[in-house]
Design a protein around this ligand. Structure first.
Ligand code: KG4
Length: 359
């Protein structure tokens, strides 16, 4: 007898991207993302504007995801949604939409932890032959809100693809700011648009990373800290403003050749160094050689290159996601939803979204 198809629709609305994806029998069929431009002029995400934009985008985004996947809503086996962490107003839009649609269709809902979704982006079968990590592996999760080192384990054998949800153990995380926040806040100080990460990445390619030595934290274990680096960045500029007797970064840039490029290169190199040093320590201590990176900051070209270099030097098998799966997307939520569906791990209709959690 032919088994029924498993069709999962996923909805992601944790921050400022409205996204929906469809997986059919483990294969990604569509991944639609509407990014919100409205926040650019404010230099950061404005929660109320994000919720309103999700309200406008969600119906067309879900509709397009279903159409591109070539499925109708009546074929859905379950609906997965990001339950948290994220902005509560944004999460409420996706959560309510998923629950309403599921109730109307009489299908179960699956709650997904956004951070686990980022890690599981490495298991999406998108037809491009993406290489999946074996178990156990280490994942450096670096985004606008998180910087964590996670050990991902499965009951499956080392190289087998998991057909069940793996287990996530956070062994290190930031005690203050996230790496993405350090990129964005320092970019703001330099007068670069939001989000600053991609702008720093672009300018860093033109700068000298050894020009401005910046402070690095000295924390035991695998935890991170980026607030001291941010202060050191700020004080470096403050001292230069004073020395050149000017008030703005634009005036300073006229006097100091290549100021922004060199500051960006120095900042990026320092962040990468901090991230990779702890990861290297974890890989050595735990004797794990499968090492992955995930989250928005994994789009950074310097960090991607560092993974390749460390991989060669320390004989790691490295896993770097394609750009489309680095920032927020529903494909990763759908992948988590698919694993949970196979585990019969569903969520009650009255489970509320949550703003904060670890994994
Ligand atoms: O994962 P994500 O899309 O959102 C969160 O869930 O936080 O990550 C967004 C973060 C922002 O801080 C953004 O500046 C950063 O990822 N980012 C980058 C790059 N592209 C995005 N940071 C450094 N270099 C990049 N190329």
């Amino acid at each position: 007898m032919k088994e029924e198809k498993v069709v999962i629709l996923a909805i992601e609305s944790s921050c400022d991207d409205t996204s929906s994806a469809v997986i059919v029998d483990g294969i990604l069929r569509s991944n639609v993302i509407a990014s919100q431009k409205v926040h650019e002029e404010y230099g950061g995400v404005v929660p109320e504007l994000a919720s309103r934009a999700h309200q406008l985008n969600i119906l067309p985004v879900v509709d397009t995801a279903l159409k591109r996947a070539g499925v109708t809503k009546d074929e859905l086996s379950a609906i997965a949604f990001t339950r948290g962490p994220g902005l509560l107003g944004s999460l409420l839009v996706g959560t309510s939409f998923a629950k309403g649609l599921a109730l109307a269709l009489g299908v179960p809902i699956i709650d997904v932890n956004h951070l686990q979704g980022h890690v599981l982006a490495h298991f999406v079968e998108d037809g491009t032959g993406l290489k999946h990590p074996g178990f156990p592996f280490l994942c450096l999760l670096v985004s606008g809100g998180n910087s964590q080192i996670i050990v991902v384990k499965s009951q499956k054998s080392k190289d087998e693809r998991p057909i069940h949800m793996p287990h996530f153990e956070i062994i290190g995380q930031t005690i203050d700011d996230a790496a993405g926040e350090a990129f964005d806040k320092c970019a703001k100080v330099l007068g670069l648009p939001y989000p600053g990460g991609p702008h720093i990445d672009r300018l860093a390619k033109l700068g000298d990373a050894s020009k401005y030595p910046l402070a690095k934290p000295n924390l035991p274990g695998y935890d991170y800290s980026f607030s001291g680096l941010k202060t050191s960045f700020l004080y470096t500029l403050r001292d230069m403003l004073k020395a050149h007797q000017v008030e703005t970064i634009d005036e300073l840039a006229e006097r100091v050749p290549n100021l922004r490029e060199d500051m960006c290169a120095s900042l990026q190199a320092t962040i990468i160094d901090i991230l990779m040093n702890k990861l290297k320590k974890a890989a050595k201590d735990l004797n794990i050689r499968q090492v992955a990176v995930a989250g928005g900051v994994s789009a950074n070209s310097g960090l991607r290159q560092a993974f390749i270099d460390y991989g060669k030097r320390y004989h790691w098998d490295v896993f770097i996601p394609p750009f489309s799966f680095t920032t927020d997307n529903a494909a990763m939520v759908c992948q988590a939803g698919y694993f949970k569906y196979l585990d019969n791990d569903f969520c009650a209709i009255d489970e509320p979204p949550f703003a904060k959690t670890t994994i």
